[in-house]
Design a protein. Structure first.
Length: 403
């Protein structure tokens, strides 16, 4: 597990991120904690905690114990209550683990205070997801996007880093130079962020050129929660071999393939980075260039795990992300993948009621893929027909107004 925050190198005036450090992945024992407040849906809270445990495993950590505290509201300075933190500290000592993962976005001050109480390392939701992204970033674009997200996380925490440094060194003679160095670090981070944004723009211009070469082809984009089989569906539909792995965020890059749909013709199908509940806003911002393929789609295939009891909640998460990308008005087809893993008849019926227009498939079943292709062809025909009608109406309106 490589839970190392990006930092500013004070001696060399350089910015250090995960990609500048050589790590040896090791299993790390962690304690997981969450806060449940009144009015919160118990089922959604349970899903969040299960998801955090899965994120920990994906990052290479073993969750040895989970703590849940019920409070009216979070504690401003420590998020969890002081009594609960002391209890956690005792269990961390007994279990011989030095890291506490908290299902929340914590401020630098909260992290500092919790670490003082627990005598261990504190990792919040954002840091955990960033660590997984760093492990899975393979292409130049993905590495740039992860580094950009790291720096956006680092910037507001520079004050915390230098406060901690000043306390270690002493007061007299350190405040002035420390403040001066802090400004140097801030400028370095801002400069690095600007440089990475420029590199992403160059990559996006190259992608735009590639898109122009595919103009005229109908554009289909797979969207959905992470680890629901989007890459497997892309492989089945296109006959290609996109990397598939049973892990969260195994795909960080956009994979695009051209294929032929009977009755429709040539279409371009793209896969995207998976969505997740409460995805930190700076991660969405850093991966916006990758997600632009969603905004430019003619049809979205919203992929859900048919065997998941949380499919309807995850569908809502997807809709929220699409809305934030201004892509919620794009026509979409709900694809309930992994339907072959449903063993409960009642669970299947519940899914059919929740998604009456959804298509149950398995990416590894040829008959299911034939049905999916037919459904895509039908939707493409409907979309093209509606666009043609809209063009006719627009042309008639223009003629009337000009006459």
């Amino acid at each position: 597990m490589r839970l190392v925050a990006a930092s500013a190198n004070r001696n060399s005036h350089q910015i250090t991120t995960m990609f500048d450090i050589v790590h040896t992945p090791t299993d790390e024992r962690v304690v997981l904690a969450g806060l449940m407040i009144p009015g919160q849906n118990p089922l959604l809270f349970e899903e969040d905690m299960e998801e955090m445990a899965l994120l920990c495993r994906t990052a290479g950590a073993e969750v040895v114990e989970t703590f849940v505290q019920k409070r009216e509201r979070p504690v401003a300075s420590t998020f969890l209550g002081s009594g609960k933190l002391r209890e956690i500290r005792g269990r961390m000592r007994e279990k011989q683990c030095r890291s506490l993962v908290i299902d929340a976005e914590l401020s630098p001050g909260q992290i500092r205070t919790i670490e003082k109480v627990t005598k261990g390392k504190v990792i919040d939701r954002s840091q955990l997801i960033l660590d997984i992204f760093a492990q899975h970033a393979k292409t130049k674009e993905a590495r740039i996007q992860v580094e950009l997200a790291q720096l956006r996380t680092l910037y507001p925490r520079l004050t915390h880093a230098w406060t901690h440094f000043s306390q270690q060194v002493g007061g007299i003679g350190t405040r002035g130079p420390g403040e001066k160095q802090l400004e140097v670090d801030r400028r370095l981070v801002q400069r690095k962020i600007a440089d990475l944004n420029q590199k992403l723009r160059r990559i996006e211009r190259s992608r735009a050129t590639q898109r122009k070469s595919r103009e005229g082809a109908f554009r289909i984009t797979l969207v959905g929660y992470t680890n629901v089989g989007k890459s497997s569906l892309l492989n089945a539909l296109s006959g290609s071999e996109v990397h598939v792995e049973d892990k969260l965020f195994a795909t960080l890059d956009t994979s695009t393939r051209k294929t032929w749909i009977e009755g429709t013709g040539s279409v371009v199908i793209s896969d995207t980075v998976g969505f997740i509940r409460k995805l930190p806003h700076h991660l969405v911002a850093s991966f916006r260039s990758t997600l632009e393929v969603v905004q430019g789609a003619d049809l979205l295939l919203v992929v859900l795990d048919a065997s998941s009891p949380w499919a309807d909640q995850r569908y809502q998460t997807i809709q929220e992300v699409l809305k934030s990308l201004e892509a919620d008005k794009i026509p979409h087809l709900v694809v309930l993948n992994k339907s072959d893993t449903i063993t409960d008849v009642f669970a299947r019926k519940r899914m059919e009621i929740a998604f009456p227009d959804g298509l149950f498939v398995s990416a590894f079943n040829k008959d299911d893929m034939r049905k999916l292709r037919e459904a895509i062809a039908e939707m493409v025909a409907d979309i093209k027909r509606e666009r043609a009608m809209a063009d006719i109406v627009a042309q008639k309106t223009k003629t009337v107004l000009s006459g």
